[in-house]
Design a protein around this ligand. Sequence first.
Ligand SMILES: [Zn+2]
Length: 158
Amino acid sequence: MGMDGLPEQECLICRKHRGEGPLAGPVVWEDEYLVVTHRPVGEDGTAVLGYLFVESRRHVPCLADLTDSEAAAAGRTVRRVAQALRAELATDFVFSAIAGMSQAHFHQHVFARHAGTPAEYGWMAGDQWPGAPRGTTAAVADLCGRLRPYLGKDSAQD
Ligand SMILES: [Zn+2]
C-alpha cells in the first residue's frame, strides 16, 4: 500500500514505470532514484516535443516525502533536463512545476516554451499553441535519444 492509500499496483505512475497503462511514455533516462519520461503521443499520434516528467522511482506522493538523496537527484536532474531542452530545441525558456493534484506520486514537469510562442499562451499553455512543434512516436524517440546524453553524466560531475 502506498503512503496515500493507493496501492502501488494501481498507481498510474508506478504502472507507467512498468511500461503499462495510459501514462506510459518513452523513458529518457533512469537511475536508482528517478525515472525521466517524455509525454507520450496522444490520440492524433503526435506529442508536443520537449515535455518531460522527472518522477521518483519510489511511490511517494509529494516533494516533502522525498529523501535527501532523492531530492538531490531530482534537483540535479531537473537542471540537466532544462539544459538538454535548451540545447536541443529552439526554446524561449524552460519551465518546471510540481503540482501533483491528479496523481499522488511525485512528478516534476519540465517543459520547453518553444521559440515564438505567442504571449497569449500562458506559461502552462504553451503546448496549446498550434505552432508548437509536434512529433510522432518516432520523432519523440529521436528527441529522447538526443536528450539522454545530457542526463547520463556521473552524478559527481557538473
Ligand atoms: Zn506510484
